[in-house]
Design a protein around this ligand. Sequence first.
Ligand code: B4P
Length: 190
Amino acid sequence: MLNLVLFGPPGAGKGTQSEKLIATYHLVHLSTGDLLRSEIRAGTELGLRAKMLMDQGILVPDEVVIGMIENKLNENQSAAGFIFDGFPRTVPQAEALDQLLAQYNTGITVMVALEVDEEELTKRLLIRGLSSGRPDDQNEDLIRRRVKEYNDKTAPVAGYYESQGKFKAINGIGTIEEIFQAICEKIETA
Ligand code: B4P
């Protein structure tokens, strides 16, 4: 079973690369950003609460996203593996994921971190904001807030996987195909 954590700051290309990886490795895609946006579209109570935080660039509480991931793991028990995109975003989320996977006698195979500087992230997200309609992509102050939230709360997750010998970093600047090939190489040698 291949369980991949795709890691990196907002706009690093996690969603973009996930689409290519799913097609190659036949993994189930679990994106907490996508799951939260679908709750927002459905107008659920969870979605309304998440929207208030996401529109300010703030992380949604751990128990909310852990609960969503638990449901998805239960629904996909015969999967060949999972790609975790945008999750875990805090160390408690990483610990909870290990506990959930242990129930299925499995664990994370490898974490691949996409490294992209803040100037490039801001540029990409502002461009996406022109067409995505995502409120969190539409102004530079909010993007800086998201990057700060990443540096404060999410960056330590890299150390969590490093201490398990599962952390691999790649340069997230280049063509989508070049970055895809670099991720595949890390997966094949994991
Ligand atoms: P996410 O939906 O996870 O979004 P993201 O970090 O903005 O994007 P990603 O890295 O996937 O970028 P993409 O490939 O699209 O999170 C949104 C919000 O949800 C968070 O701020 C938070 O509030 C909440 N949330 C989600 N998960 C959570 C969790 N676990 N805990 C708590 N809260 C959570 O790429 C961005 C752009 O760059 C695209 O336009 C793409 O075309 C472009 N691009 C990609 N690769 C490129 C390349 N190589 N060169 C040039 N451009 C490229």
